[in-house]
Unconditional design. Structure first.
Length: 228
């Protein structure tokens, strides 16, 4: 339905002409859709859905599930640095942009969660108290627990690292029990620390735009803190 197409245009700040140009769909097709004359055929609707990374049935009005519910096997991924790099290159297109329109909560973001233990990508929701958290593009975590969680070995993936402004990012993470745990992610130099239960936990940090150069572990910052 066109209303949902318009919703995507508004959220992404994209013009119809750009969609037409980048999907190869004629402007007249989209214009007729807007004016209620005709609806794009399935193949064109699918191209539009793939362009916005949403479910084609949601876009056509046949489903209320906006996002694809896919689990992707990532058996290629292991814990060594080379595999991390390969994993990122293979799956960076699977990173969906966080949206702030889930339900009635304007600060709820849908993120892909990459598990190093289950070797799958699933989707969870993060409730963020800080606007900079909208730049979070994904989370890789290494945990033996069943529940996704931000932990010591977690890797935060940001879309644009250089525009982060806050020294402390406040995060409420939604675990499946519908309970929320409060975390403070503290920016220290080029790295981040996770403050939880009055403890500072080192985090690994990845830039969405440049994986190699911005992959940072802040051990030097930790050692500096320990010396004082």
């Amino acid at each position: 339905m066109y209303e949902r197409f318009k919703q995507l245009l508004d959220e992404k700040h994209i013009k119809v002409s750009q969609v037409s140009r980048e999907t190869g769909i004629a402007p007249s097709t989209l214009s007729d859709w807007k004016n209620g004359k005709s609806t794009p055929k399935y193949d064109k609707m699918k191209r539009i859905a793939e362009y916005f990374n949403v479910d084609v049935e949601w876009l056509s009005g046949e489903s209320d599930q906006m996002w694809k519910t896919e689990n992707i096997n990532i058996s290629e991924f292991s814990t060594d640095d080379n595999s991390k790099e390969n994993f990122y290159e293979l799956y960076k297109n699977k990173l969906s942009e966080p949206v702030s329109t889930v339900g009635i909560k304007s600060n709820l973001y849908r993120l892909p969660i990459f598990s190093t233990s289950s070797k799958e990508i699933t989707y969870e929701y993060i409730s963020a108290c800080d606007k900079d958290m909208s730049l979070l593009a994904g989370l890789i975590y290494n945990s033996s627990n069943m529940e996704p969680q931000i932990s010591q070995n977690s890797i935060l993936i940001f879309k644009k690292a250089n525009v982060l402004t806050s020294n402390k990012l406040n995060v409420l993470y939604n675990i499946k029990s519908s309970l929320f745990e409060c975390y403070n992610i503290i920016k220290l130099g080029n790295g981040y620390m996770l403050e939880s239960y009055n403890q500072l936990v080192p985090m690994q940090f990845i830039s969405y735009e440049d994986f190699k150069q911005a992959y940072k572990v802040i051990g030097t910052v930790i050692r500096s803190i320990q010396r004082h």
